[in-house]
Design a protein around this ligand. Structure first.
Ligand code: FPP
Ligand code: MG
Length: 336
């Protein structure tokens, strides 16, 4: 089913990611194979959608985080492979639904399900993936893991709603932004770290969970930055979509707080235009965001969060913390 684990992502960045992933390459391959097995539905219309959906698999960042965060001397290897697959399926389900919500046509350079099939298919396939993930989680029979991952799914949905409620709201604050990225993105990274901790039999799991929250926030801010500065090979997506969708992300929220009334007014008018925002207009608004320091400030926040994440890792063994620090570096470096 898989053509390549990493298709659709820039070669340069993949080189760096591969270096970090090399420590767990065998298990990542096992996770990918396990996903293939879990997606064999035995019903052709569903299998056809999966062949398309996984024709270019993602970066496997969450399974990588799970494997690197685990204490490899203590964690059950089969449990790690099983949970790595389940977490990647939850993530994929959320992207299938997200693309439908956003009416996006492409992801990782591949047509989305809503575009190639229709929105009904996206809803059903997202549900199927989620159900399959939870059937795998149930098989493990560890209630603490079940609790972590159900709670993360609830947060994902709540975060998506929170972001939607803020669309086009020029009064949105940084605090609002951090609240919704914590839910819609960081919660699954935090749960991934908790699962690593549980499977490793750690006595303390709070530090790793905190690291997951910081890591997830860094991940989402860099994703939101990419949308403005446009290095589409890294994501396989066209850039500049967030402004068209009136999404209140950090570069825009910060820039608005630094602009004069005349500049803010241009956003007010564009966001209230019933005909929507043209690509040309989005290009102009995007340059206002960059001029007002939205990108520089977002980088500053990423650097600050990366420093905090590094601090949180101090309590872990040097082996675990070194690898996780490198993974943070890879995420921070992906669009510079
Ligand atoms: C991508 O964000 C989307 C998410 C991180 C979460 C989406 C969550 C849902 C749709 C709720 C459903 C939840 C489950 C568990 C099925 P983005 O739009 O900023 O990223 P993108 O640029 O990659 O699209
Ligand atoms: Mg989206």
């Amino acid at each position: 089913m898989r053509q390549s684990l990493r298709a659709g992502i820039s070669e340069k960045w993949i080189g760096t990611l591969s270096e970090v992933q090399s420590a767990v390459a065998g298990d990542l391959e096992r996770i990918a194979l396990h996903i293939d097995r879990l997606l064999d539905s035995g019903f052709r219309p569903i299998d056809e959608v999966f062949v398309h959906l996984f024709s270019k698999t993602g970066k496997m960042i969450r399974p990588t985080l799970l494997l690197l965060a685990a204490d490899r001397g203590k964690a059950d290897p089969e449990g790690l492979v099983s949970m790595g697959a389940a977490i990647e399926l939850i993530h994929t389900a959320s992207l299938v639904h997200d693309d439908s919500i956003d009416s996006s046509n492409y992801r990782r350079g591949v047509e989305t399900l809503n575009s190639k099939w229709n929105h009904k298919t996206s809803v059903i396939i997202g549900d199927y993936l989620l159900a399959q993930a939870f059937s795998e989680i149930t098989r493990l029979n560890r209630i603490e893991i079940f609790v972590e991952l159900t709670s993360a799914c609830r947060s994902l949905a709540a975060g998506e709603m929170r972001q939607m409620a803020m669309e086009g709201d020029l009064e949105a604050t940084e605090k609002d932004y951090f609240a919704f990225i914590r839910e819609k993105t960081a919660s699954l990274f935090a749960a991934t770290c908790s699962v690593a901790s549980i499977l490793s039999g750690d006595r303390e799991s709070e530090e790793l969970k905190e690291f997951g929250l910081l890591f997830g926030s860094i991940f989402q801010i860099t994703d939101d930055l990419l949308d403005y500065i446009g290095f589409s090979p890294d994501t396989g997506k066209p850039t500049g979509l967030d402004l068209l969708e009136r999404k209140m992300t950090l570069p825009l929220i910060y820039a608005l707080s630094r602009m004069d009334e005349a500049a803010r007014d241009q956003f007010r008018q564009a966001f209230s235009d019933k005909n929507g925002i043209s690509r040309e207009q989005a290009g102009h608004l995007s340059s206002l965001v960059i001029e007002a320091g939205g990108i520089d400030y977002s980088w500053f926040r990423v650097t600050e969060l990366a420093r905090q994440a590094s601090g949180v890792l101090e309590s872990l063994s040097p082996d675990r913390s070194e690898k996780l620090k490198k993974l943070v570096d890879v995420i921070v470096e992906r669009d510079r």
